[in-house]
Design a protein around this ligand. Structure first.
Ligand code: SF4
Ligand code: MG
Length: 330
């Protein structure tokens, strides 16, 4: 069977009067049924842009998808007309955004917004649709759902509002849900609750979950596999366990050394020097070379290929990936 969602060599440019910005420059990942794949990267790495392209939200200038494919069970999403892409959105593919307050309609009660999904897409009458909406609110563990269905988005706490957004995303039983930094705006306790909810819902539905995040903690708790992005490119991809135990790219290794981890208590935290490049001036060769402690002269000129290191599909785009991968973290 083909992967649920397979993105290959995706490139997205923004063409403005001030020049062309390559926000995504060769992103590849594949998501299987019932799996959580984390797309990990710092802000500006292109991960949100890549998700918007897959969702069909970038089909007007200045955005241009210049290369690549994004197949949902074999159907190329990027070849769809805007109308057909819109029909896929919500029904087969849906998205959870970081900020529920701006994503939800402020002047409609939460129950009415959810019910609208069923009147528009499933042809239900208002009463039946509202009943489905309440059942859905129950399913995302919103207490007193029948009563709260009459409330407006601003009347919910941040965490409860994010549950409403998750309910919207799941309403039509999509095959793939893309969650873009779904917990970044929430406090730590609520973050953990929302991630637990997403895991539970995924176990119930077998949906594929693409989790876009900059947070290695979220990745460790949730992801089956991880794709790491840097400056618009895929730099590493592996099972979460493999990635944590033996990263095959100096950037990933740098990320792991820079955050507190239970398995390396007492070890000093070492931040990566410098900051990621803006998409308007990505370094030549390996884009990470100005920050890389392992860099050699060829890194500044030759772009490393993204290649497979192990039979389990651990992949890395570093000239010295095999050597880097050989050394366990510790
Ligand atoms: Fe570092 Fe060179 Fe590998 Fe890039 S290719 S990550 S600069 S060692
Ligand atoms: Mg983002």
């Amino acid at each position: 069977a083909p992967p649920l969602l397979e993105v290959e060599d995706l490139c997205v440019e923004f063409r403005t009067t001030r020049g062309t910005i390559r926000a995504v420059n060769g992103l590849s990942y594949s998501l299987r049924e019932g799996e959580t794949l984390a797309l990990l990267g710092e802000s500006g790495s292109g991960k949100s842009v890549a998700a918007q392209a897959v969702m069909g939200l970038l089909d007007t200038p200045p955005a241009h998808i210049t290369r690549g494919t994004a197949r949902l069970r074999g159907d190329d999403l990027l070849a769809l007309s805007p109308e057909r892409h819109r029909a896929v959105r919500g029904t087969r593919l849906s998205m959870i955004f970081q900020d529920a307050l701006t994503a939800l309609n402020p002047v409609l009660s939460v129950g009415d917004q959810l019910a609208e999904m069923y009147t528009v897409h499933r042809g239900l009458g208002r009463k039946a649709a509202l009943a489905r909406a309440v059942a859905l609110m129950d399913r995302v563990r919103i207490p007193a759902a029948a009563r709260r269905a009459h409330d407006y988005p601003h009347q919910f706490s941040g965490g409860m509002r994010q549950r409403v957004m998750i309910a919207m995303a799941l309403a039509l039983d999509p095959e793939v849900v893309i969650a873009d930094e779904p917990t970044t705006a929430l406090d730590v306790t609520v973050q953990a609750q929302i991630m637990r909810l997403l895991r539970q819902l995924q176990a119930e539905t077998r949906m594929g979950l693409l989790l876009i995040t900059h947070d290695l903690g979220v990745v460790a708790e949730t992801a089956d596999r991880v794709t790491v992005m840097y400056a618009g490119r895929t730099v590493e991809s592996a099972n979460a366990e493999d990635l944590y135990a033996r990263p095959g790219h100096p950037y990933t290794r740098g990320l792991l050394d820079s955050v507190p981890r239970l398995d390396r208590l007492g070890k000093p935290l070492v931040p990566i020097t410098g900051s990621p490049p803006p998409p308007s001036s990505v370094p030549t060769g390996c884009a990470f070379h100005p920050r890389c402690p392992r860099a050699e002269p060829r890194c500044g000129t030759d772009e490393p290929s993204f290649r497979t290191l192990t039979p389990t599909g651990h992949r890395s785009a570093c000239h010295f990936a095999e050597e880097v991968h050989h050394v366990p973290v510790g």
